[in-house]
Design a protein around this ligand. Structure first.
Ligand code: GAR
Length: 190
């Protein structure tokens, strides 16, 4: 049976390790997604090189005027017949209007065990609070920050030796497993 892949846009702001990982996943024969578009909020985002490397259309917007930018992005999503948006290290907060227009079709990955540690500087706060566990979460995006329905989570043990950098590395490794798994969960019957 030939699988019809869901046309996906990935939104990034920085390094793009999740983008690279999602691109590799999308290229697998049985992957439920095809990445047709990469959107960056930062011209200097390292992750943009993965779009170039894999020949994926990319667009960068500075978001100085958020409502105008979002209108342009919505048009771009329509032109490219995008059906799913994956936020992957995207550091801008999308407006209620944008989320409404794409309701139920925007996912995010967050480097904590939500609902704990919403927002920024997750790893620093986890270490400061001497948590024994942290992790990552893939969730639907709704109008409240990092509060949409959870699809999957993965727990990571925090050791006494961990610092924000080592914890980030540990969590990222799990993020790279979790995002594809979450996509399979919602898009296929596996
Ligand atoms: C990831 O850890 C991701 O979970 C986090 O940013 C990092 C991006 O890494 N996202 C957020 O904090 C969203 N609020 P990457 O650019 O290498 O994928």
């Amino acid at each position: 049976m030939v699988l019809k892949k869901v046309k996906t846009a990935v939104f990034i702001s920085g390094t793009g390790s999740n983008l690279k990982n999602l691109i590799k996943f999308s290229l697998l024969k049985n992957s439920p997604i095809k990445i047709n578009l990469v959107i960056s909020s930062n011209t200097k985002a390292k992750g943009l090189r993965f779009a170039k490397l894999f020949n994926i259309k990319k667009k960068t917007y500075n978001f100085r005027n958020k409502s105008v930018t979002e209108k342009i992005i919505l048009r771009e999503l329509k032109i490219n017949e995008i059906d799913l948006v994956c936020l992957a290290g995207f550091m801008k907060i999308l407006s209620k209007n944008f989320i409404k227009k794409f309701r139920g079709k925007i996912l995010n990955i967050h480097p904590s065990l939500l609902p704990k540690y919403k927002g920024l500087n997750t790893h620093e706060r986890v270490i400061k609070n001497k948590e024994k566990f942290s992790g990552c979460t893939v969730h639907y995006v709704n109008s409240k920050l990092d509060a949409g329905k959870i699809i999957l989570q993965k727990k990571v043990r925090v050791s006494k030796k961990d610092n924000p950098v080592s914890l980030k590395r540990k969590v990222l490794k799990q993020e790279h497993r979790l995002y594809p798994k979450a996509l399979k969960k919602i898009l296929t019957n596996l």
